[in-house]
Structure formats: C-alpha cells, structure tokens
Design a protein around this ligand. Structure first.
Ligand code: ATP
Ligand code: MG
Length: 227
C-alpha cells in the first residue's frame, strides 16, 4: 500500500519589511531540498522577490526546486496551497511585509509553523507584537500552528542584538538557537540567482552551515509536534 504524502507548510512571515523573509524562505528551500528532495517554494508577496531571484539567469535557473507565484491569489491562497500538499514533503511560503493583507492571515491558517525573521532593530521587535496577535488568532482555527523567531542579520558584538535576545525571552514564542549573521554572500546569492549552498567562498560555506542548522532545528520542531 502506498502512503499519501502530505506536505508540511512553513510560513516565513513578519510585518516589517526587509528583515530577510525572502532570503530565509529561499535558503530554507535549498536546505530542505538537500534533505527531503520534494520542496515547493511559494512566492506570496506581490514584490515577487523569489520569482525574480529564480529567473535572474535567462537561459536556465540555478534554483533546483520549483518556485510558484501565488501572490495574486488573495484569500484563495489557502485552496491554492492545498492543491500541492500531496505532491511535496514541504511547502515554504514567502509572505508579504504586511499583516493587514488577507494573504498573511490565510497562509497562517494553512501553515504547520510560522518562522519569523527578526533583526536587532527595535522596529522589528514592535512589529512582531502585531504579528504575534495575528498568529494567536490563526491558532483559534489552526490549533496545530507553531511559531518561532529566527534572528537574522545579527551582529553578535552589538548591544542591540543582546538587548533584542533579552526582549524576545519575555515574549511567549521560542527563538531558534541558530542565528543568521549579516553576511554579504546572501546579497551576492540573490544577485547571482543562486543560494549560498551553491557558492564556494569561505563566507558562503559558513552561511551554508548556519542555514542547514536552521533547517535541522525547524525539522526537529516539525517532528516533535508531528505537525
Ligand atoms: N543575513 C543577511 N546578511 C546580509 N544581507 C541579508 C541577510 N538577510 C537578508 N539580507 C539582505 O537584506 C535585504 C532584504 O532581504 P529580503 O528581501 O530577504 O527581506 P524581506 O523581509 O523579504 O523584504 P520585504 O519585506 O521587502 O519582502 C536583501 O538585500 C537581502 O540580500
Ligand atoms: Mg520579501
């Protein structure tokens, strides 16, 4: 008897713009593709960062997993995502930088886990509070939904990063142990239409190890809660 695959859905979401949602979504896609093979990444943001990223090289894309554009789906995105759940192990959704757009709340209704990138700016922290409320609302219907913060663009020696970590301890959501430091190679990867996992310089190798560790932590959470 063949078991039907049902994809787990990761929503990469944050109200604040520029915190690294698209960068994290694309790189989680790459790390999980290495592990699980059947990965779909959905671009749910009208800026279409991931669609552009994967189409930078004209002849053929260097991104080895499919990326589809559902940014125009609005509330119908729930139905659209569900069409793919039996064809993939994992679906990663890059959400728009707004929680007032219906798409952000509807993706949370379909998701197994929300990964919330946050950098050390106080504005990121404040906008996370609005997002937490949205997650709590989604959890009334989607009871299995979990959420974690991911510290991105960290500068370990900066006081703000240390203060942010302290503030996050006071919020009710866990923070992944793995942090993603500021590394130029993430910008280069986007410009080259690749991910750091395909790049061979020293910084990209460090970045690849961090991204893989991050994917492993998320994978462990998905398994722990069987979500
Ligand atoms: N860890 C990092 N180190 C260095 N640069 C980074 C890192 N993460 C993201 N960036 C850069 O920060 C910029 C914003 O990243 P990204 O587009 O992923 O953010 P976003 O949250 O998706 O933005 P938006 O809200 O506009 O969708 C990009 O230039 C990206 O290359
Ligand atoms: Mg984006």
């Amino acid at each position: 008897m063949e078991f039907k695959v049902v994809a787990k859905i990761i929503a990469v979401t944050q109200q604040k713009g520029g915190v690294g949602k698209s960068t994290i979504a694309m790189h989680l896609g790459a790390a999980f593709y290495e592990k699980e093979k059947k990965v779909l990444v959905i671009d749910a943001d009208g800026q279409n960062t991931l669609v552009h990223w994967s189409n930078i090289t004209c002849e053929k894309t260097d991104i080895p997993f499919p990326i589809i554009n559902l940014a125009e789906s609005g509330e119908k995105i729930y139905k659209e995502i569900k069409k793919f759940v039996s064809d993939y192990n994992l679906i990663i959704v890059d959400c728009p930088p707004s929680i007032t757009e219906k798409i952000s709340s509807v993706v949370l209704l379909a998701a197994s886990i929300a990964v919330i990138p946050i950098s050390s700016s106080p504005a990121d922290y404040w906008s996370s509070i609005g997002l937490i409320k949205l997650i709590q609302q989604a959890q009334v219907i989607n009871k299995a939904l979990k959420a974690v913060f991911l510290l991105n663009k960290t500068e370990e020696k900066r006081m703000l990063t240390r203060e942010l970590k302290q503030s996050l301890k006071e919020i009710s959501l866990p923070v992944l142990k793995t942090q993603i430091p500021t590394r130029e190679c993430y910008k280069q990867a986007m410009a080259l239409g690749q991910t750091v996992l395909q790049m061979t310089d020293r910084s990209s190798k460090l970045a690849s190890a961090e991204i893989r560790a991050c994917a492993n932590e998320i994978s462990a959470l998905l398994n722990k809660f069987s979500i």
